[in-house]
Unconditional design. Structure first.
Length: 377
């Protein structure tokens, strides 16, 4: 009797396995994409995303497949009614739209490709979320053909509003994201600032989390061109000493409300340069003097300046250099990320077991800053 039961068990198991194979073959024949998962859909795979702005297309010179799993095209701009902006003025094409449709952007054959939809205008954003269902439907109807045409496997929504938002607006934004997610056949990623976790901004990350696959935590611009003192763009530490917030604190706050595997750590490939009053680090800056300092530009500057040398700030773990401008008789301070700073961020991703990392932006990097990613990947 026992042998008979064992034989029946094996027969049922083999029958079930055979049925599963037949079903999978049927699904593949009907829709080959139905069971193909992109890297952004594989929970056990680390995601390494590079944002490629339209203005750097054709200017990047690396084989990014040795560093990245995904390239995100930046991007298209959404209008208040959910339509993609095609013209900025009558007869003048919107540059992101123009670059995509003119054939300047070529999808990578070795990496997954994502499409980013952007808006940073408060009035446009308020209109966009005022009618979440209809405006989301309009947006998806316009981008679905684009996603299919270029083989984009992830939709990234970068809706940036740094102003305080009403509870009604926050609810409407969540409803907008929910509606978008229900209408697309790809993964959905959103971008958010760490300060969204502690201030009543438009994005309520805890509320929106069930409707998104990933959240790029933009842990940079802690200092910016208009900062009154110089300092690190993405300090690993220093909260309560050098700054009100830092990268690790942002991660810790995010983990209070978000699953770790959904968090993608945003990492800058640029810093800032200011004219300052003194040669002391974190000195007062001269108003209007702040400019972007890409890692590539700083690397080239250091190679040409025999008397210049960079140092690493202890708390932020970010490099900086200070030099005197003989022509204009002013001090300059540059805080910027390098390979060591990227390694510090990688260590945080590993420490907190996050879903991966995302770099802003391809084209800013020099020769060595991405090298630590090879061992992480």
């Amino acid at each position: 009797m026992k042998i008979k039961s064992i034989l029946v068990f094996f027969f049922v198991t083999i029958l079930g396995f055979t049925f599963t194979l037949l079903l999978l073959n049927y699904l593949v024949d009907k829709n080959p994409k139905s069971i193909i998962l992109s890297p952004l859909q594989k929970q056990n795979k680390q995601h390494i995303i590079g944002f490629l702005p339209y203005w750097f297309i054709g200017k990047t010179d690396k084989d990014y497949s040795q560093y990245l799993t995904n390239i995100t095209y930046f991007g298209l701009t959404v209008e208040g009614d959910g339509k993609i902006q095609k013209y900025t003025n009558p007869g003048e094409a919107e540059p992101g739209w123009q670059a995509l449709n003119s054939g300047k952007f070529t999808p990578s054959k070795n990496l997954q490709n994502s499409l980013l939809i952007f808006s940073g205008d408060p009035d446009t954003i308020n209109e966009l979320v005022s009618e979440p269902a209809s405006h989301a439907a309009t947006l998806v109807s316009q981008i679905n053909p684009i996603m299919e045409q270029y083989g984009f496997t992830d939709l990234n929504l970068d809706i940036e509003n740094v102003l305080y938002a009403s509870e009604s607006a926050r609810l409407h934004f969540t409803a907008f994201i929910k509606e978008v997610k229900s209408r697309i056949n790809t993964t959905l990623t959103i971008d958010a600032s760490p300060t969204d976790l502690i201030k009543s901004r438009l994005i309520n990350l805890e509320a929106v989390e069930p409707y998104v696959d990933y959240i790029v935590l933009m842990t940079y611009d802690y200092h910016y061109p208009g900062s009154q003192v110089s300092g690190a763009v993405a300090p690993v530490g220093g909260v309560g000493i050098d700054s009100e917030f830092d990268v690790e604190t942002g991660i810790q706050k995010a983990l209070e409300v978000l699953p770790k595997n959904k968090i993608i750590l945003g990492i800058p490939l640029y810093g800032y340069e200011w004219e300052t009053l003194t040669d002391y680090p974190r000195s007062a800056t001269l108003p209007g003097s702040g400019i972007t300092a890409s890692n590539k530009r700083v690397e080239e500057f250091l190679a040409s300046c025999a008397s210049c040398s960079a140092q690493i700030e202890a708390n932020s773990q970010e490099s900086y250099l200070i030099y005197y401008d003989q022509e204009y008789k002013t001090y300059h301070q540059i805080f910027y990320p390098d390979a060591q700073a990227v390694q510090e961020k990688i260590d945080l991703v590993k420490k907190y077991k996050l879903g991966g990392m995302a770099f802003w932006a391809l084209g800013y990097e020099g020769q060595t800053i991405l090298e630590p990613v090879k061992t992480y990947k």
